[in-house]
Design a protein around this ligand. Structure first.
Ligand code: NAD
Ligand code: TYD
Length: 356
């Protein structure tokens, strides 16, 4: 079985749903259930005996040690993190606690467990650490995309805390021989994305008739990957990645923010036209820029394509259409996130099944 941390969040939950759709191998899901953790996303597997949910913190060494001893996973995949740049600007402390201290404690617990495994299991074990392209800092307009050799130049408390976690993971490989893999992925989008991030926020605000806040001039560039393509890349790295190696994951989809917002508006105009016939674009509102806002991210995904034969299945056009359609088809999920009702899911749906 595998232990997956942070799998009540956006990418981790998509990963678990895809994993269980393709494999019989059980998953233990360790998640603290911060505001970003949403068990409603995992409703379809709540009664699946291959999925065990445990509410807890990756920084709780005793809990992690107990879970490792009890379940004997062959791999740990670490998605758990504080992930929103704007929140990291307002309250960086949580980012240091989870992304730096939490990752450190997880590494310590995993190192102790791995060190005591029998030789065969020890050789087969993997810790896969999920990270971001934001650790590489900001690119100028004509700069080449980030390769794995790009120097680390994080600019936000979020990216600095992720960079620190990447360095710890690297150090545990070089110092202790811990069998680690690290992935650095570009911006994800897709189903179950918490509507504080650009794409889901634009969809839900547009439908609610609210302003669509575009930071600064809207010409910051992000490189977008459909979440299920990120999940397939992680599965591939887990299966075939070389120990201690880093793999950049991306879909060669650089877009300025304003283009993303216009695309979302155009899809909504087509799929859910407004009663008054006006475009959702009329709701776009330019607002004050984010402090220290990185201008451009772009991932060079050549290494994972060449060495592991991975390629994304979706283009941006197909992925963004699926995403908008998903939000239109799941108004209850959106409403529960907006009202905060999703936070009651634990009590109402998982009563008695959640270990702490
Ligand atoms: P998310 O914020 O949606 O989910 C994070 C999950 O981690 C939540 O379920 C939360 O409850 C849980 N969590 C937080 N602190 C925890 C702790 N101390 N112990 C256990 N669980 C904890 O984030 P996401 O977008 O799903 O991102 C997952 C990972 O992928 C993160 O490590 C992030 O840095 C990385 N990443 C994200 C993107 C992106 O575009 N979203 C891109 C590249 C990499
Ligand atoms: P976000 O989804 O927060 O991801 P990240 O900051 O990790 O790249 O933001 C994506 C881009 O969209 C980023 O350049 C900031 C911008 N943005 C807006 O213009 N308006 C918004 O309301 C949000 C949330 C983001």
């Amino acid at each position: 079985m595998i232990l997956v941390t942070g799998a009540a969040g956006f990418i981790g939950a998509n990963f678990v749903l895809d994993w269980l759709a393709q494999s019989q191998e059980p998953v233990v899901n360790l998640d603290k259930l911060t505001y970003a953790g949403n068990l409603e996303t995992l409703a379809s597997v709540q009664d699946d005996e291959r999925h065990t949910f445990v509410q807890g913190d990756i920084g709780d060494t005793a809990l992690v040690a107990r879970l490792l001893a009890q379940h004997q996973p062959r791999a740990v995949i670490n998605f758990a993190a504080e992930s929103h740049v704007d929140r990291s600007i307002h309250s960086p402390e949580d980012f240091i606690q989870t992304n730096v201290v939490g990752t450190f404690r997880l590494l310590e617990a995993v190192r102790a467990y791995w060190g005591n495994l029998p030789a065969g299991d020890k050789a087969a074990f993997r810790l896969l650490h999920v990270s971001t392209d934001e650790v590489y800092g900001s690119l100028g307009a004509g700069d080449a995309a980030f390769t794995e050799q790009h120097r680390y130049e994080p600019n936000s408390p979020y990216s600095a805390s992720k960079a620190a976690s990447d360095h710890l993971v690297r150090a545990y490989h070089h110092t202790y021989g811990l069998p680690v893999l690290t992935t650095n992925c570009s911006n994800n989008y897709g189903p179950y994305h918490f509507p504080e991030k650009l794409i889901p926020l634009m969809i839900v605000n547009a439908l609610a008739g609210k302003p669509l806040p575009v930071y600064g001039d809207g010409m910051q560039v992000r490189d977008w990957l459909y979440v299920k393509d990120h999940c397939s890349a992680i599965r591939r790295v887990l299966e075939a990645g070389q120990l201690g190696e880093v793999y950049n994951i991306g879909g060669w989809n650089e877009k300025p923010n304003i283009e993303i917002v216009n695309t979302v508006c155009a899809l909504l105009d087509e799929l859910r036209p407004k009663a008054d016939g006006s475009s959702y674009r009329t709701q776009i509102s330019y607002v004050k820029d984010r402090p220290g806002h990185d201008r451009r991210y772009a991932i060079d995904a050549s290494k994972i394509e060449r060495e592991l034969g991975w390629k994304p299945a979706e283009t941006f056009d197909t992925g963004i259409r699926k995403t908008v359609q998903w939000y239109l088809a799941h108004p209850e999920w959106v409403a529960n996130v907006q009202s905060g009702a999703y936070r009651d899911w634990l009590q109402t749906q998982y009563a008695g099944t959640v270990a702490a």
